[in-house]
Design a protein around this ligand. Structure first.
Ligand code: HEM
Length: 462
């Protein structure tokens, strides 16, 4: 009998893995800081993909590089750890004191006030916005035979988040916001040398001029959105902004303007860049794997995005959903999760001292040789029978514990609908052979924005 010949799975591009650790000498540590300033995933070595927990010293600070899934869950759920100063330095100019950066009682209150916006029922109500954003994107691609989809996905996800959170379209002001957020993520969001040595979020700010200049322009644009709503109030609660404006503190007073602004900024900043990157990498993988692309297309032609009316309808696309999970495994769009120890602890057999930086890299955990079979291969089928893949021990694209991503359901529903809208109309391939390498800062973006070739699908008439 003939053996079934299966094509070898795709091994998509990834940055070089260094043979040996770089940071063993003072000069080596400067090299690590430099590599990580360029890309947070640029300094990993072979050993990192084998070890489960490795203590280190970096620029005089103790750290623990943690891949052990049980240790990771412990750190992300324990009150002994908080988000580190480094993250606050890089993100605060964009998100202020909103839910992303707040801690303690303020965080608990903020998270509680946001929860109703992200229940499955509330996300179900947002589906028409996602369908409209996907249709708008596909319509805009009509007549084009190539496109820089990184930019198109950026616009589409901004459109979706603006519609869902502020009931407005990505028009002129929307484009300004998209441009500012994008420039921030691609430039000042990257860690600089001072981020590694500063002890507090507001120390050594002299290298942070670009962050604060761009951050001020971003806040001005978000303030304008809020002012516009205040100038034309309505009685019913339609979106996140309505909820924030209607929210009351325990003493009955409204939330301060700055908190409303920071919450809106946090949701905008967290909500569209990550999802747009997910769409980019998923499309890139499908362009490199046309067989899987055709199978996904069969699913979305059988149940087109325009018919999606409830979250249950998304069950018509099991392979598309698995492709998105496999994309999040191979190209986790939030590539680094860091925590700083507030008190002494023991994690995965390693002593942790107060102040120790625990580095959790979904990039490494998801490609770890002891945790995954064929870790570097694109095999979406591995997720096909997983009802809740985020329950998998070694899969943390949305983090874990109390600070797990509040927008995971939102992002997945949106990404499925937007991608389905594109694939139902176009066959997608790469316009050039140049590999696209991931470059990590706060999110995982491409090292260059390639053109995709688009071929219009002509559907046979029934
Ligand atoms: C593919 C898309 C997304 C990915 C991969 C992603 C990933 C993450 C991760 C890993 C965290 C936890 C970070 C940590 O523990 O330090 C997080 C937190 C968060 N995400 Fe997402 N996210 C995505 C989409 C969204 C969307 C669409 C929204 C909102 C509309 C959102 C809002 C938030 C917020 C507010 C937090 C902070 C939660 C807290 O600290 O309590 N995210 N996200």
């Amino acid at each position: 009998m003939d053996a079934i010949v299966r094509p070898a799975p795709l091994i998509p591009p990834a940055p070089k893995v260094h043979a040996k650790p770089l940071g063993l000498t003072p000069l080596g540590q400067l090299r690590v800081a430099w590599e990580m300033g360029r890309s947070l995933i640029g300094a990993y070595c072979e050993e990192d993909y084998e070890s489960l927990a490795a203590p280190y010293m970096f620029m005089g600070q103790p750290g623990l590089f943690l891949n052990d899934p049980a240790g990771v869950r412990h750190v992300l759920t324990s009150p002994k750890y908080a988000r580190p100063v480094k993250a606050a330095r890089s993100l605060k100019p964009l998100v202020g004191e909103g839910v992303l950066m707040s801690e303690g009682e303020t965080w608990r209150r903020q998270r509680k006030s946001l929860a109703p916006v992200f229940t499955p029922a509330a996300i179900g109500g947002l589906l028409p916005h996602f369908v409209a954003a996907g249709a708008g994107l596909a319509e805009g691609l009509e007549g084009r035979d190539r496109a820089n989809l990184a930019q198109d996905f950026h616009r589409a996800t901004l459109d979706a988040v603006l519609r869902a959170l502020f009931s407005r379209r990505a028009d002129t002001e929307g484009a300004v916001l998209a441009d500012l957020a994008r420039r921030y993520m691609e430039g000042p969001a990257h860690f600089n040398l001072m981020d590694f040595v500063a002890k507090g979020a507001d120390d050594l700010l002299f290298m942070d001029g670009a962050r604060h200049r761009l951050g001020r322009r971003w806040f001005t644009a978000v303030d304008a959105l809020i002012e516009e709503r205040r100038a034309a109030p309505h009685l019913d609660v339609r979106d996140l902004l309505d909820r924030l404006l209607a929210a009351r503190n325990e003493d009955g007073s409204p939330l301060p303007d700055q908190e409303i602004r920071d919450q809106c900024s946090s949701m905008l900043a967290a909500g569209f860049e990550t999802t747009s990157r997910l769409l980019f990498w998923a499309t890139y993988l499908l362009a490199l794997d046309p067989v899987t692309q055709d199978r996904v297309r069969a699913e979305v032609l059988a149940f087109p995005a325009e018919r999606v009316a409830s979250l249950d309808d998304l069950k018509h696309w099991p392979l598309l959903r698995s492709v998105l999970f496999e994309t999040l495994r191979l190209y986790p769009t939030a590539p680094l999760i860091a925590r700083q120890a507030l008190e002494a602890d023991v994690v995965s057999g390693c002593d942790v001292v107060p102040g120790c930086m625990v580095t959790i890299s979904p990039w490494v955990v998801h490609r770890h040789r002891r945790l995954w079979d064929a870790p570097t291969a694109f095999k979406p089928e591995r997720f096909i029978d997983q009802a809740h893949p985020w329950g998998l021990e070694a899969f943390l694209p949305f983090g874990a514990g109390p600070r797990v991503c509040i927008g995971a359901g939102f992002a997945l529903a949106e990404a499925q609908i937007v991608l389905a809208s594109v694939l139902a109309r176009f066959k997608v391939s790469m316009a050039s052979d140049r590999p696209v390498l991931p470059r990590a800062s706060i999110t995982l973006g491409p090292d260059h924005e390639p053109d995709f070739r688009l071929e219009r699908i002509v559907q046979a008439r029934p």
